[in-house]
Design a protein around this ligand. Structure first.
Ligand SMILES: N[C@@H](CCC(=O)N[C@@H](CS)C(=O)NCC(=O)O)C(=O)O
Length: 209
C-alpha cells in the first residue's frame, strides 16, 4: 500500500496519525503541494481530484477521502478500536467526529484558504479554481474561537473528545487545531481543559507522524 502524502497537509496527517495508532506501515509518496505538484499531469493521472491523501492498494485500487482511507485501515486492522464499540459507542464517536469536522476543520479551512496569499484563486482544494471570499475567512476565525470553547467545555468532564477512550474524534480535533496555527489560532491558558487534552494528545507518538 502506498499513501500519497504531504507532510503539512492536515488531511494527510489524519491518515498518518490513524495508521500510526494502528501500527500500520505505509509506503509514503510525497506530493509537494508547496510546489503545486498535485496540479501536474503525473499526479492527475493518479488522482484526478488533485488532492492528498490518496491510498493506492496493491491491486491498483485508489481510495481517496481521508476518512474513507481510515475506514479501510480500520476494517483491515481492527485493533486498537478508534471508531468506537457497540451501537452507542460507535454513534457517540461518529457524533463527536462529525462535530470536529464540521465545527473545527471546516471553519479552519475557511479561515486559512480564504485569507493567505498562497491559496489565492485556490480557496477550495480540487480540480476547480475558486476565488477567496474574505468574509468566509473572518467567519472562520470566529468559529475557531467557538470551537476552542466547545472543546474546553467538553473536555472539562471527559478525558478524550468522545469520552473515556482515545478515538478518531481526537485525531480530527488535533489536526483541526494544529491547522489553525496557520492563521495564528493557538490553544492557550484561557481554555485550560482544552490545553490539558491538547498537551496529552500532542504527546502521543502518532501525533509526530
Ligand atoms: N475531503 C478530502 C480533502 C482533501 C484535501 O483538501 N486535501 C488537501 C490537503 S489537506 C489538498 O490536497 N490540497 C491540494 C490543493 O490545495 O490544491 C479528504 O478528507 O481527504
Amino acid at each position: 500500500m502506498k499513501l500519497y502524502d504531504f507532510e503539512r497537509a492536515p488531511n494527510a496527517r489524519r491518515v498518518r496519525m490513524f495508521a500510526a495508532e494502528k501500527r500500520i506501515d505505509l509506503e509514503m509518496i510525497t506530493v509537494d503541494l508547496g510546489a503545486k505538484e498535485q496540479m501536474g499531469d503525473a499526479y492527475k493521472a493518479v488522482n484526478p481530484r488533485l488532492q492528498v491523501p490518496a491510498l493506492l492498494l496493491d491491486d491498483g485500487t485508489l481510495i481517496t477521502e481521508s476518512v474513507a482511507i481510515c475506514r479501510y485501515l480500520d476494517e483491515t486492522n481492527p485493533e486498537p478500536v478508534l471508531f468506537g464499540t457497540g451501537a452507542l459507542g460507535k454513534a457517540n464517536v461518529e457524533m463527536w467526529h462529525r462535530r470536529m469536522e464540521l465545527e473545527g476543520m471546516q471553519p479552519t479551512a475557511d479561515a486559512v484558504r480564504n485569507s493567505i496569499e498562497f491559496f489565492a484563486n485556490r480557496a477550495l482544494a480540487g480540480p476547480t479554481n475558486f476565488d477567496q471570499i474574505p468574509d468566509l475567512a473572518e467567519r472562520g476565525l470566529k468559529r475557531i474561537d467557538l470551537f476552542h470553547g466547545l472543546l474546553d467545555e467538553r473536555l472539562a468532564d471527559n478525558r478524550y473528545v468522545a469520552g473515556d477512550d482515545f478515538s478518531i474524534a481526537d485525531i480530527a480535533g488535533l489536526i483541526a487545531i494544529d491547522f489553525g496555527k496557520v492563521v495564528k489560532k493557538r490553544v492557550d491558558d484561557e481554555t485550560p481543559n482544552l490545553k490539558r487534552w491538547y498537551d496529552e494528545v500532542s504527546a502521543r507518538p502518532s501525533a509526530k507522524s
